[in-house]
Design a protein around this ligand. Structure first.
Ligand SMILES: C[S@@+](CC[C@H](N)C(=O)[O-])C[C@H]1O[C@@H](n2cnc3c(N)ncnc32)[C@H](O)[C@@H]1O
Length: 417
């Protein structure tokens, strides 16, 4: 049954917040002050989730989304307002979250030059020979012909990929990952483990002339167990940044917004001069290499083998003698480094699930003076800050808008003893 409600706030995940029969209702893609007609899709004990069926009275901040799939896609949260309003909303969301650790200070905001066409990497879902995404929080596929937050060069590959899929009628194809690395396109087709035996006579690979094509076999691309094979085109994906040229693994993490990543790294580097630094969750090693140019010594800790190998190659190629790459889990290696070295600063840049409690407890029981916590998920950031606050004070907070149009944001928190 459809009901009319007024939206009065925005929740931490970007949904509009209203009230119905005394319960809070979350309505994605609505804005404060709007009157909307909603349909309840999920009823929990303490709150309801609803879809917006009709905007009865729109907010004067409402704008038309440029993406034709905005209403059904789970990727973007904020194409229905301008970028200025999106920034205000993000600052407000983080302010509310950080009040939970009693931080009421300034929150700086570094906006992205590009609000659209900024993502250098996307992951496509497959249904038959069609490419698409899933609807929010589901495995319900819908076909796409474009994605206005993806880099334009990536979008140009869509018709080629469709032609390739049609020609080959693959079974066991799970996902397609497309990266734009310094204007070179890498496409990685992820198949289930046993698909290789069935693959004979791949057709039309030559339509990808000039790209780097990889076939991967495994459950998830990032896993060390997944076998990645180069199959066509340019063998290596290389990235130039801050005077370094380094190899990118199709499996490893890469910050998705090049311009913001560069600003973020420059900001982190500002804390590293003449210090002994640990860069925990260090990925392919670019940040570790940059830190090595400023710091006395730097230890990068990363558990994914392909990322660690890239970091090792970068160290060797650039003769970075004060850069040490450790391949393993942060929770298994940090204590050892902290017990052998006098570390001044720890840079933490974990994945969305944040740091393990052991890691945080190990840090607070040492004499490390400073922490720079880089987070892509403010929920786990706040959880981890609650632990770190036992020994550290939050000194500054800066949002780097790595993911415009979405409720995600990269936050850098600087803490000291
Ligand atoms: C958000 S990325 C940051 C990478 C790097 N700082 C960068 O800017 O490219 C997080 C990285 O942590 C790694 N990782 C996740 N859990 C880990 C753990 N428990 N120990 C070590 N590395 C981990 C992932 O493989 C990934 O490369």
């Amino acid at each position: 049954m459809k009901k009319e409600i007024k939206i009065f706030d925005i929740s931490y995940d970007g949904a509009g917040v209203g009230k119905l029969d005394g319960k809070v209702v979350f309505v994605p893609k609505t804005l404060p002050d709007e009157i909307v007609e909603v349909n309840i899709v999920d009823s929990k004990k303490k709150f309801l989730k609803a879809s917006c069926e009709k905007i009865v009275i729109p907010s004067d901040r409402r704008e038309k989304a440029i993406c034709p799939y905005f209403d059904i896609c789970g990727g973007c949260d904020f194409q229905h307002c301008g970028y200025d309003f999106e920034q205000e909303i993000k600052k407000q969301i983080l302010k509310t979250e950080l009040s939970k650790v009693k931080y009421f200070g300034k929150i700086d905001f570094v906006k992205s030059d590009k609000r659209f066409f900024y993502r250098n990497k996307i992951k496509l879902e497959i249904e038959g020979n069609k490419i698409g995404y899933f609807k929010p929080k589901s495995h319900n596929f819908f076909e796409i012909k474009t994605c206005p937050i993806a880099d334009e060069k990536i979008l140009k590959t869509f018709p080629l990929i469709e032609e390739f899929l049609l020609e080959n009628q693959f079974e066991n194809l799970k996902n397609i990952y497309i990266k734009n690395v310094d204007e070179n396109i890498g496409i990685c087709f992820l198949f289930s483990k046993n698909a290789r035996k069935m693959q004979k006579n791949i057709k039309k690979l030559d339509i990808f002339n000039g790209f780097s094509i990889f076939f991967a076999y495994g459950d998830i691309l990032e896993s060390d167990k997944t076998d990645v094979k180069f199959v066509f085109g340019k063998q290596k994906l290389e990235k130039k940044s801050h005077g370094f040229c380094f190899e990118i693994s199709p499996q490893a993490f890469l910050q998705v917004n090049d311009e913001i990543a560069e600003k973020l790294y420059d900001y982190v580097l500002g804390f590293c001069q003449d210090k002994n630094v640990v860069n925990a969750y260090s990925g392919q090693g670019l940040l570790t290499a940059l830190i090595s140019k400023k710091a006395k010594k730097v230890f990068g800790i990363e558990y994914q083998k392909s990322a660690h190998n890239c970091a090792e190659k970068l160290k060797e190629k650039s003769a970075l003698i004060n850069m040490y790459n450790i391949c393993g889990k942060v929770e298994d290696n940090l204590v050892d480094v902290l017990s052998k070295e006098k570390i001044d600063l720890i840079v933490l840049d974990p994945a969305r699930d944040g740091c393990k409690n052991d890691v945080l407890e190990a840090i607070i029981s040492t004499n490390v003076n400073e922490i720079v916590y880089v987070s892509c998920n403010f929920a786990t950031l706040v959880r981890d800050l609650k632990v770190l606050k036992k020994e550290y004070k939050i000194s500054s907070v800066k949002i780097f808008d790595m993911f415009p149009c979405t409720a995600n944001m990269e936050t850098v928190v600087y803490l000291h003893k």
